[in-house]
Ligand binder design. Structure first.
Ligand code: TXA
Ligand code: MG
Length: 318
């Protein structure tokens, strides 16, 4: 059934309305520093089931639980010393930790897809924090896009994908980081489950050890890490220095004269991450049958997260 999706202003009234919708089991798109999330009460089976339905997301793919602070996080997950150290350094911020689920957590089992671990994050965006305070509970929130499509970094991206399926979206403009949180598994040896907004180098420095690489498309540790994701309608080619006739060439750095679009003309990876998903949408609108071609991006810092997303955008579709 189609519902009327309201756009809420980033004001105390808008936040209060959003919190009220969440308390009654409804769904609200809201900004985080990474991408917009699709929030629902993580304790409410019905609300969580509606998140999966709105996104068309497979039920084996668990959700991240968003909380306002470490103390609240500790009521849902068990923190070892490494987890405490990372929380102290990177929260609030774009880091998600997969930790043992507390048996008394009280989360809907749908959130964790029945696993005995939980992915938990303390977002930094002021509106996300205000919403968590006003709501007063844990928010299950995947990225607010139909499953397998491009993640949203603006409220109109959320509406383009989910209008009619969610109660509201809180509009606070563009997200700063632009790629999703880094996910680190801390169930045994620390493992990188998804590169994201906190560079791997920073995590390895904080832990004083290299991260194991967790998961793959065949045997995903973060079950959402399936090969094809972030898929635009047009085909995508990577590491392109000479585009084909008709291709929308997306540049990076100063050596891409003639590119129709650029992730960052100066070659700044932070700016490129912030621009990534919006640029992918623009390129998709411009692309004819010849498709989209991305210039090479270095595999360092946020470049890892950018390349991860681009490889999935370019992967063969199921
Ligand atoms: O930046 C972000 O993380 C955004 C914003 C909204 O916070 N959220 C986000 O959620 O990217 P989503 O659902 O698009 O990605 C969550 C990822 C999935 O790949 C999922 O498989 C993984 O987290 N995940 C969740 N719980 C897990 C668990 N217990 N073990 C391993 N992976 C888990
Ligand atoms: Mg997602």
């Amino acid at each position: 059934m189609e519902i009327k999706t309201r756009t809420l202003a980033p004001t105390q009234d808008g936040i209060n309305d959003a919190a009220e919708i969440l308390r009654s089991g409804g769904l609200v798109g809201f900004p985080t520093e990474t991408v917009y999330g699709l929030g629902g009460d993580a304790r409410n089976d019905h609300a969580v089931a509606r998140i999966f339905a709105a996104k068309g997301r497979p039920h084996f793919n668990p959700l991240i639980v968003h909380v306002p602070d470490l103390a609240t996080a500790q009521t849902y997950a068990v923190f070892n010393d490494q987890a405490l150290a990372l929380a102290a350094q990177f929260w609030p911020g774009p880091l998600t930790m997969v930790l043992p689920l507390r048996h008394d957590a009280g989360l809907s089992p749908l959130v964790t897809a029945g696993l005995d671990s939980v992915a938990i994050r303390v977002p930094a965006h002021p509106l996300a924090r205000a919403l968590l305070r006003a709501f007063g509970g844990p928010l299950a929130a995947p990225s607010a896009n139909p499953s397998g499509r491009i993640s949203p970094t603006r409220a109109d991206h959320v509406l383009a994908g989910l209008s009619g399926r969610i109660e509201a979206v809180l509009n606070a403009g563009a997200c700063d980081v632009g790629v999703e949180s880094t996910i680190i598994g801390l169930l045994d040896t620390p493992a990188l489950l998804r590169p994201g907004g906190v560079p791997v180098e920073a995590l390895e420095a904080a832990l004083a050890m290299p991260l194991a690489s967790g998961g793959s498309a065949e045997k995903p540790n973060a079950p959402g890490q399936l090969a094809s994701h972030y898929a635009p309608a047009a085909g995508v080619r990577l590491n392109v220095t000479t585009p084909r006739t008709g291709e929308v060439w997306v540049g990076f750095g100063p050596d891409c004269a003639g590119a129709a679009l650029s992730l960052s003309p100066t070659g700044d990876l932070v700016a490129a991450a912030a621009a990534l998903f919006h640029t992918l949408r623009l390129a998709d609108e411009m692309a004819q049958s010849a498709g989209i071609a991305f210039a090479p991006i270095p595999e360092t810092g946020l470049g890892r997260a950018i390349n991860d997303r681009l490889r999935r955008a370019a992967a063969p579709r199921p």
